[in-house]
Ligand binder design. Structure first.
Ligand SMILES: [Zn+2]
Ligand SMILES: [Zn+2]
Length: 353
């Protein structure tokens, strides 16, 4: 699974988290810097899914709206912002934006959600100035929809994770052994309807985003092909009052879910990249992980574990990638960033989350 082809973003606990999921034009949370980094790419966003109202997840909303209102793009393209119902911090942000952004050229809808809610990912916006003049196909995009699930992050408050799911068909278990040739033969001799009867519908989870939370219940995200789980702290001893997951807890959840790839994010800025890579490899060995593990740390999406069989991590120098692992950094559109340079130089101290 080429994770870098599916998403990019920025994530550093306490400061800012936002992730753009390309296939469905979703922005998961909107921490500061989202609009700055996205530039005119911000016009691609159709929906913002807020996991909760902590400032590192919503502080990018004002500049996202301003840039959509005045940037070089389809300024009439509607935007929907989904959020956990009764989140008072989101309510405060909404109030601020309604007072200050009174003349937005696009329709802005705020949509509260409860745990277990579902909505279709319709693509029903007609871009202004369309070359073809043909309306875009309306209705659910590929039948896909978003399903929310409850997370554990703020005592007594609703916080949400999000899944993108779609209905697919597969062979019923009793026909699972049929070869493609046997199915083709059956279609020819008995008709396509007969082949249809061999199959059943099932719900596939394409991606699941944990949001900020203690480790998610694995059954809630079971079957997710791509799992993004927060991993704020490396050492459980560093957890005080916060309701966040450790890196090892996130990997443990994934070891049960068995996705095609795991992305760890919302990692504290107190760690050096090399220490995160080290901890990832140790957890991967401990939990016998046979799928790739990536980390979205600041603006870098890096693969620290390739999931292929190989000698266990018994390496001496932390700075060198290990046998059985590889460190792949995705290509950045604008080259090496200041943050990357800074990150390479020093271990940053950050205040407590
Ligand atoms: Zn956070
Ligand atoms: Zn939070």
């Amino acid at each position: 699974m080429d994770v870098a082809a599916l998403l990019f973003g920025h994530s550093k606990a306490l400061y800012s988290t936002w992730i753009f999921y390309k296939p469905d034009h979703l922005l998961i949370d909107c921490g500061e810097g989202a609009a700055t980094s996205l530039g005119n790419g911000g016009f691609a966003i159709e929906r913002v899914l807020l996991t909760h109202g902590h400032i590192d997840h919503i502080s990018g909303l004002p500049s996202l709206l301003w840039s959509r209102a005045a940037g070089m793009g389809d300024t009439e393209k509607p935007l929907e912002i989904y959020y956990p119902r009764d989140d008072m911090f989101v309510a405060d942000m909404q109030l601020y934006l309604e007072r200050t952004a009174t003349r937005l050229p696009f329709a802005l809808r705020w949509i509260p959600l409860d745990a277990g809610d579902t909505f279709a990912l319709t693509a029903n916006h007609q871009p202004t100035g369309s070359a073809t003049g043909q309306p875009k196909q309306s209705g659910a995009r590929g039948g896909r929809r978003v399903v929310t699930f409850p997370t554990r992050h703020i005592r007594g408050r609703l916080t949400l994770g999000y899944k993108v799911v779609e209905t697919r068909r597969r062979l019923k278990p009793e026909y699972a052994g049929l070869t493609q040739e046997e199915i083709s033969t059956r279609a020819r001799t008995e008709g396509r309807q007969s082949v249809q009867s061999l199959t059943e519908e099932y719900e596939a989870t394409l991606v699941a985003f944990s949001g900020d939370t203690l480790p998610v219940e694995s059954q809630v995200v079971q079957g997710a092909e791509l799992l993004l789980h927060e991993a704020t702290i490396v050492d459980a001893g560093e957890r005080k009052h916060q309701w966040h997951a450790t890196l090892d807890e996130a990997v443990a959840v994934a070891s049960t879910v068995r996705p095609k790839a795991l992305v760890l994010y919302h990692i504290s800025g107190r760690y050096r990249t090399v220490d995160i890579a080290d901890a990832t490899c140790q957890s991967a060995v401990r939990h016998k992980i046979d799928f790739p593990i990536w980390c979205l740390y600041r603006d870098r999406l890096m693969q620290f574990w390739n999931g292929e069989p190989g000698p266990p991590a018994s390496h001496s120098t932390k700075a060198e990638p290990r046998t059985g692992t590889r460190q792949v950094e995705t290509k950045r559109r604008r080259g090496r960033s200041f943050q990357q340079n800074a990150d390479a130089k020093s271990k940053e101290k950050s205040p407590k989350e």
